[in-house]
Structures are given as C-alpha cells and as structure tokens.
Design a binder for this molecule. Sequence first.
Ligand SMILES: [Fe+2]
Length: 278
Amino acid sequence: MSDEESRTEEPRPTGVSRKTLLRAAMIAPAVPLLAGVPALARTPSGQPLAATPESCDDDDLTPPQIEGPYFKPGSPLRTSIADGPGTALTLTGYVVGLACQPIAGALLDFWQADNGGNYDNVGNRFRGHQLTDTQGKFTLTSIVPGLYPGRTRHIHVKVQAPGRPILTTQLYFPNEPRNSTDTLYDPALLMNVQIVGSGRQATFDFVLNIQGTPPSPSPTPTKTTSPTPPTGGTWAPYVAYALGAQVTYGGLSYACQIAHTSLPGWEPPNTPALWRRV
Ligand SMILES: [Fe+2]
C-alpha cells in the first residue's frame, strides 16, 4: 500500500540554524526556549543519544514508510497496548517540528504484532492511539513485537499534528539480525533501546515537516461548554462529543468513536481514530 505523506507541504526554513540552537541547548539545557525537549538529544541518564535526532534540520525529518496490510482504523485511546505476554517495552519520545518546537496534541496511532508475530485483525490487541501532552511528549507501554516472515522486528505508527498530514512510518530495533535483509528497514527509524531489568526502554523523537506551532490543544477562551449536539449537527471545534454522537462535515455523516473535546484540525476526515463514516 502506498500511504506516504508529502514532505513538501511547506517551504524549507531559512535563516537561524536550528542545529546550532539545539546544540547550544545541549550545553546549557536550562535555556527556556528548549525546555520540554530534553529527550531529543539525551537519555534519562544525560548521555547523548546515538539513534535519535540530535537536531531538527530538514535532514532529520522522520521518513515515511508504507502502512502495510495490518492497519485498522478506530484503535482505542490508551497508552498501554501490552495485551499479551512478551518482553516489556516502554517507548518514550517527543513529536517536534522543524524548529524542534514541541507539537502538543499530536495523534500517535500505534499497532504491532504480538509476541508470536501475529496481528489482531479482528479486535484491537496491540493497537492504540494517544495524544502528545503540552510538551509534545508521548509514552507507549507495550511488549517487544514478535517476528513474522519477511520482516525484521518493527512497530507501526501514524503520527499527525493537529490539522496536518498523517505521517505513516515504522520504528526499528537495533542489533536485529534481520535488519540487514529487510528491504524496508531504515536506520533513520532506529529506536534507541536500552535493557532495563527484564524489559526494554526505548526512545524515539518524531520530527515533522512543520514550521511554527499548530493550533494549541489547550482550551481557549472561545471554548464552549456545549453539550453533544443532536444527531445531524455540524461538526465544530471545542465541543465535547460523547461516544456515538453523530455529526456532519463536508456533507458526510460521522459517528464519534471516542468521547473527546474537539479541536481545530480534528475535523472528522482528519481523525479517523475519533470519527467513523456512517
Ligand atoms: Fe508489520
């Protein structure tokens, strides 16, 4: 399947070198401008990371990869997708833009194989989506996915800043024998993985082709306290939608799959995890 996002949505930035800024921050991490993105260049112990971006230059954009045959829309909203036995895995990181600015409210939809290398194509085992916090941070709790024929070990993910195109990609594990034979494998998508006790702790930062800051997911003064509109209402931002609520948008009807308060950029066609066509 071809689900690659366009990476030419916006012109390339010019002027100030973000790499210079970030490296300055690595020397003086208390610089307020860069507060909130410490994981970009450091492990929890403060050591520089080798596998995650050390800057947010154009060259560091997270590359897209094919979706593959096992994506399913409508995954549950949750940060833990550890639905079976396996080696515990915690993945943390940030979603940032071209200036290393954190992207709050970015949607991350993860799916992976279970310990035996099988995808749940009926239910939602080992599937889940979440939103980055105000610092652009996310945390996924799962297990190390099993291997299946033809592929090296990997985790699938879709990443979407509010109102922006979806980045579909895959994350890989270091020191996997099959990395050298999997034609999809891309070292730019290697997680930094450490063995901690009997589990694994991984980090990865997504760098999206975004300049500036997308609409804030934080409530604004224009937020209303409108109840879920009656069936047939038109979708609107800043509305608390309940599970099952139906709206129209662009002449089409949608049903709410997850209770949430809508935000600009979360229009139903942009958020298939939240809205289902009816
Ligand atoms: Fe896969």
